[in-house]
Write a protein that binds this ligand. Structure first.
Ligand code: 5GP
Length: 117
């Protein structure tokens, strides 16, 4: 599989289709999930042409660090940091990945169960 330039998140990053953007820097974009699985459900994506964690290269370490710090800042801005939140990265078929542009789910606003199904 190769990275799809016309994939949904690539288009959102290029602002070709709308999304409710909650955070943006040079390397990272975050927007509300269109089909939320929790009261707060934000998707945090690197502005990289990377399909999944399995597609990452060593040179992406800096941007991936920025992605995690973005999650920290977004959780604080949305006021969910103290009650808690879950970060999820689904990778490939068995994990349920449906969109092949690497993304972190930030889920909050309800009690999470463990382990995930
Ligand atoms: P995955 O299963 O790949 O980890 O998660 C993909 C997520 O993208 C799903 O939670 C789904 O609701 C979300 N999603 C799919 N299409 C769109 C879209 O067009 N806009 C937004 N904002 N989210 C989307």
């Amino acid at each position: 599989m190769t990275y799809d330039e016309n994939g949904i998140f690539a288009k959102i990053i290029r602002k070709e289709i709308p999304a409710k953007i909650v955070y943006e820097t040079e390397n990272v974009l975050a927007f509300e999930d269109v089909n939320p699985k929790a009261p707060v459900h934000v998707l945090i994506v690197p502005k990289l042409r990377v399909m999944s964690v399995d597609d990452l290269a060593d040179e992406h370490a800096q941007v991936m660090g920025e992605l995690l710090l973005a999650a920290r800042d977004i959780a604080r801005e949305l006021g969910v940091n103290e009650h808690g939140y879950r970060l999820v990265i689904n990778t490939n078929a068995n994990a349920g990945q449906e969109v092949f542009h690497l993304h972190v789910h930030l889920l909050a606003g309800r009690k999470m169960t463990w382990p995930p199904g």
